[in-house]
Design a protein around this ligand. Structure first.
Ligand SMILES: Cc1ncc(COP(=O)(O)O)c(C=O)c1O
Length: 368
């Protein structure tokens, strides 16, 4: 029987595995599996979204003008060189689709964001995983993975799921080592959490260099993951291409209004950053105290910590994950991303962060 045949490069995709949100036996599990803002959206964003409900019969602004202007004002950018997307996911996928196809290669960190290989395959290109060094993007290994077939390099800075970042000189060295026809995509989903003065946000690069694009999201520090809003800033030619291939009404009205309000509520963003820094520091200390059992908190610049475990014995990441779930806590175990010996733990509220630390300690003491 003839049947529709999926394209082989689409068939090769391993579907994205989202963080778990449900846990049997718990009406409201502690959800530390998706790097969301534990403080929630700004109350101003909630009010702005609610105010749009009566207009839900109207299509949203196809050009997201108010949102692009708010982003441009906040970050000091040209609104004409910003494009908004249905999450930065959409824009990352569209960049791959627009610039890569069969026979091409897309390079990413072996422990990079799991959407990158999906975006590569969806475009028909081959994802190429470059090694890292101690969970940190290694510029030399990325450059060594570039071949004549390379068309695009994805770099998340800070990186997910490792939380590590590279500094200004390294990012510039990466760009300098790429051919001009290779697009460098700097994914700054967690940029607003970074306080290191050596951080390069990539905006000046994306303003001045014809092959650099930056992406950002409202899903993390702005607390609007459910609304699916991201944006990209880059060379006019690239932005024009993204505007050709994106869906016409890709930013919903409620979320768009919420994002404008969220970006205007700098007190909420600052409070979120301060909360994250305080409890990330605290949790890293709690994990360091379990160092004798082989646990290690990889230094993080983001709103989560990668915790590594011994590969064998009673105290493994898999066993810890199971123990956390018995306590109603969801984190991210990462065997599918080449990290079977690690858990990624989002910084939660104070109570959630204390709960995950206490549960880990209990597990270690019981298992030892
Ligand atoms: C590094 C990185 N980039 C992009 C995204 C996508 O975010 P969104 O599509 O919600 O904007 C995420 C989400 O977890 C991420 O971790």
């Amino acid at each position: 029987m003839n049947a529709p045949i999926v394209k082989p490069w689409i068939d090769a995709i391993h579907a994205y595995v989202p963080g778990k949100a449900k846990l049997g036996g718990f009406a409201e599990p502690v959800k530390l599996s998706s790097n969301e803002n534990p403080l929630g959206p700004s109350p101003k964003a909630i009010a702005a979204m609610a105010a749009t409900a009566g207009h839900a019969h109207r299509y949203p602004d196809p050009a997201s003008v108010a949102l692009r202007e708010a982003i441009a004002a906040r970050y000091g950018l040209d609104a004409g060189r910003i494009v908004c997307g249905t999450g930065s996911d959409e824009l990352l996928q569209l960049l791959a689709t627009a610039y890569c196809g069969q026979g091409d290669e897309i390079v990413h960190d072996v422990h990079g964001f799991s959407l990158y290989p999906i975006a590569a395959r969806r475009s028909g290109a081959e994802p190429v995983a470059a090694g890292d060094t101690d969970y940190t993007t290694d510029v030399d290994k990325i450059l060594a993975s570039v071949t004549p077939a390379t068309r695009l390099v994805f770099v998340a800075n800070p990186n997910n799921p490792t939380g590590t970042m590279i500094g200004r000189a390294e990012l510039h060295r990466l760009h300098a080592g790429l051919r001009p026809d290779i697009l460098l995509v700097i994914d700054g989903a967690y940029a607003e959490y970074v306080e290191d003065p050596d951080y390069e946000d990539g905006f000046a690069m994306a303003r001045d260099l014809p092959n650099v694009v930056t992406t950002r999201t409202f899903s993390k520090i702005y607390g609007l993951a459910a609304e699916r809003i991201g944006w990209a800033y880059g060379p006019q030619a690239v932005i024009d291409v993204l505007n050709k291939v994106r869906a016409p009404f890709n930013v919903p009205a409620a979320g768009g209004a919420g994002a404008v309000a969220a970006i205007g509520d700098s007190d909420w963003v600052d409070a979120s950053r301060v909360h994250n820094k305080q409890w990330r520091h605290w949790l890293a200390g709690e994990i360091a105290a379990l160092g004798n059992a082989g646990l290690r908190a990889v230094p993080s610049a983001a709103n989560f910590i990668l915790v590594t475990f011994p590969a064998e014995g009673p105290i493994t990441a898999e066993a810890a994950n199971a123990a956390l779930m018995i306590d109603g806590i969801l984190v991210r175990w990462l065997p599918g991303q080449g990290l079977p010996n690690a858990l990624r733990i989002t910084i939660g509220t104070e109570a959630e962060t204390r709960a995950v630390a206490a549960s880990l300690r209990r597990f270690v003491e019981t298992a030892a």
